[in-house]
Design a binder for this molecule. Structure first.
Ligand code: SF4
Length: 409
């Protein structure tokens, strides 16, 4: 059934597509031939890699593209047949399936596909899957897979954790220098960290415009707009882009323009996006006059502890403070602050079946938070990429019932 509403794009988005296209071209186009490529997990030591002259490639971004284009549906079974269980991370299975089948959304951009790595660098702060994912390619290409083992379910990010993680990042320098053929220049590292920090500040400012009512941006916009913050942190292009986007958002606020016309309800989204259904969900919430104003996911690329004066310690703290590697106490406190700051009326929990790491509805968190904030919640089963685990009909009905409940409160 055609929707009665239309999504509102930003004028800035055209520029973003250019910035992302250029990034992919530099990584996979003809001029990439002589470049050293490092694969990096989303909150891996990207600043260090950039300072050492690597082109930094983030396969989770490719995973999201495979989900958003729904190519994942045909590719996941390829990885399953190879021996990767349907129960594990569907970014991993989509991406490895893409490699095995030789099909990628990059092909539509006339690019050959993900670049072969000279080194794969992980951080287990988010999950173990990333190390196993990179391990597959390390075996395929006979290249080193090195990284940082960050503890998970961290309560307080104390000195012992910072010291351990900082030392692990420092220990990467020698092997990375050998692979890149460049010596680490500390001034260069500080410069990259300064740029990364500025990117974080701007991305945070972009997301915080959603505290305004009506909100000029939704979670669904954020999942697209976050591209440069994910793949180009530490590069000037990301900063330039977010300055433009932020100006447009401020103009929307000044003009009283909301992302959702007639905004009546405001929701916080906890968990991964359902990439293959972003548009359908965005339209449904729009029809229901509901703005999904904030999310754990989009805010996961805010790294305020980055500090050019303490490069290794700052990176260690920034990478270890992220929501996903914390225990329920800090997670709960964080969400309570976010619900208040963004004036959310309720919380949507996405229980992503192949990513328990990013699903927080199984250990009584929704019930505890409702007890504290009085804000109702809904839990939707689904997945980031594997749409076999998602029921469109059931989700539509659950969302309708939830918004109906909010209307009555
Ligand atoms: S955090 Fe979840 S989605 Fe991300 S790589 Fe790990 S298992 Fe996959």
């Amino acid at each position: 059934m055609p929707s009665s509403v239309e999504l509102k794009d930003f004028a800035a988005s055209k520029k973003m597509r250019g910035v992302m296209g250029q990034y992919f071209m530099e990584m996979m186009g003809p001029e990439a031939a002589d470049k050293k490529i490092a694969w990096c997990t989303s909150v891996g030591p990207a600043e260090l890699l950039r300072a050492l002259g690597f082109e930094v490639y983030f396969p989770e971004n490719h995973g999201a593209m495979l989900g958003a284009t729904r190519m994942a549906t045909d590719l996941i079974p390829e990885a399953n047949a190879r021996g990767f269980s349907p129960d594990i991370c569907s970014y991993l299975t989509s991406d490895i399936g893409s490699y095995l089948k030789g099909e990628s959304p990059f092909n539509k951009m006339k690019l050959p596909g993900p670049p072969k790595a000279d080194v794969l660098v992980f951080n287990t702060n988010q999950c173990r899957d990333v190390k196993d994912w990179f391990g597959f390619y390390a075996r395929e290409w006979d290249v080193p897979c090195i990284g940082v083992h960050t503890p998970r379910a961290i309560g307080e990010v104390d000195d012992a954790i910072i010291t351990s993680v900082a030392k692990q990042i420092e220990a990467l320098v020698a092997p990375l220098e050998e692979i890149s053929g460049e010596k680490l220049d500390l001034d260069k590292l500080k410069e990259v960290i300064t740029l990364s920090r500025r990117c974080t500040e701007l991305w945070k400012a972009v997301l915080e415009t959603a505290a305004n009512a009506p909100s000029p941006i939704t979670f669904f916009d954020g999942t697209i707009q976050m591209g440069p913050a994910v793949v180009l942190r530490g590069a000037q292009e990301a900063i330039d882009y977010y300055e433009i986007l932020l100006a447009e958002l401020k103009q929307r606020i000044a003009d009283g323009v909301g992302a959702v016309d007639g905004e009546k309800h405001r929701i916080y989204w906890e968990g991964m996006p359902i990439w293959g259904k972003l548009k359908n969900l965005a339209l449904q919430f729009m029809e229901l006059k509901t703005a999904v104003v904030a999310s754990t996911y989009c805010n996961s690329w805010v790294f305020e502890a980055l500090d050019p004066d303490k490069p290794f310690e700052g990176m260690a703290r920034a990478y270890s403070e992220i929501f996903i590697c914390r225990s329920d106490g800090p997670k709960e406190a964080y969400m309570e602050r976010m619900i208040e700051k963004f004036k959310a009326d309720g919380v949507f929990y996405h229980n992503a079946k192949t990513c328990p790491n990013n699903s927080n509805s199984s250990y009584d968190m929704p019930q505890r938070l409702q007890g504290k904030t009085g804000k109702p919640f809904v839990i939707v089963d689904g997945d980031l990429n594997d749409l076999r685990l998602y029921s469109e009909e059931q989700t539509r009905t659950n969302i309708e019932a939830f918004i109906e409940q909010l209307s009555q409160d």
